[in-house]
Design a binder for this molecule. Structure first.
Ligand code: 13P
Length: 286
């Protein structure tokens, strides 16, 4: 099953796939393990920083090894590629999916660069490409200050339609009240905007929600009902892994073997992944 087929099924049947960011083998493996247990596809993301740390070739090799070990659909996405060159490098390395994020550029430059990546990726079959439009604030951390999403940050439905038609993307990431990271105040997703965008996009394009950490479950369910088919989660997993590791280090101050310390962090992370997959309705989908 290709990523595109899975996302289409999720959209048509009103559930969402999780997209989980990682920066180590341990984290990638725990996602695959939980997905296998719950019979869910596994979509793994690496931002530019995360994949610079792991290495593009290493990330792809780990995916290949994990596919053999777990025997479930596992896809790796080059999350938030901020330039055409960085997106092309991930295509060349063997990524399954590219998120080209030129949302900081003008509409026309965003369209031009995104279309170039779509063209490049389509030479290699089955590579799914995601584009983004709007101003997504924040980064994947616990925010110490209030982040205000302004009306002008939000994606305009008509522009979303034009963007998808002109670029030929498979997935589209809008800004609909979401931010990266866990916000100080409860976020308020603009569900009507999700619906309006969904209504105007071709059926073949699936909608992606970034900034999936710290959003109350009820809002998540409404977003999925409105047409979101893929939800990116990073900060919640970072908090879980780092917290588990800190506890392990404090509980066993004399332990120096990494392989005895990491499993505690993995278990805390596994619980969060499980919660998310259940919330997104991604369980028993294989
Ligand atoms: P969070 O860090 O808010 O979960 O966002 C992750 C994300 O959108 C990665 O693309």
């Amino acid at each position: 099953m290709s990523l595109q087929e899975i996302l289409q099924r999720a959209y048509q049947d009103n559930w969402a796939t999780g997209h989980f960011n990682i920066s180590t083998l341990e984290q990638m493996r725990v996602i695959c393990r939980v997905c296998q247990e719950l019979k869910s596809p596994a979509i793994i993301g690496t931002s530019e920083g995360e994949r610079k740390y792991i290495g593009l070739l290493e990330a792809v090799a780990m995916r290949d090894a994990l596919r053999r070990e777990f025997n479930i659909p596992i896809f790796i996405n080059a999350d938030h590629s901020k330039s055409v060159e960085s997106a092309k490098a991930a295509v060349d390395a063997g990524y399954d999916s590219i998120h080209i994020d030129l949302s900081a550029e003008s509409f026309d430059d965003n369209v031009k660069g995104t279309a170039e990546v779509v063209e490049y990726a389509k030479h290699k079959s089955k590579i799914s490409v995601e584009g983004e439009l709007g101003y997504l604030r924040g980064e994947s951390k616990i925010q110490k200050e209030k982040i205000e999403v302004r009306p002008e940050d939000l994606t305009r439905p008509e522009e979303a339609r034009a963007f998808c038609h002109r670029t030929g993307v498979d997935r589209f990431a809008p800004v609909v009240g979401n931010i990266h990271g866990i916000s100080l105040e409860e976020p308020a997703l603009d569900i009507d905007r999700v619906k309006a965008i969904r209504h105007l996009l071709p059926e073949s394009v699936t909608l992606v929600l970034h900034g999936g950490s710290g959003i109350p479950a009820e809002q998540m369910r409404s977003a999925i009902k409105a047409g979101i088919a893929n939800i990116h989660v990073n900060t919640d997993l970072r908090v879980a892994f780092a917290g588990g590791l800190r506890e392990a280090l404090e509980a066993h101050p004399d332990e120096i073997a990494s392989y005895k310390l990491f499993p505690e962090a993995e278990e805390v992370m596994a619980k969060v992944i499980e919660q998310k997959l259940k919330l997104f309705g991604s369980v028993n989908r294989l």
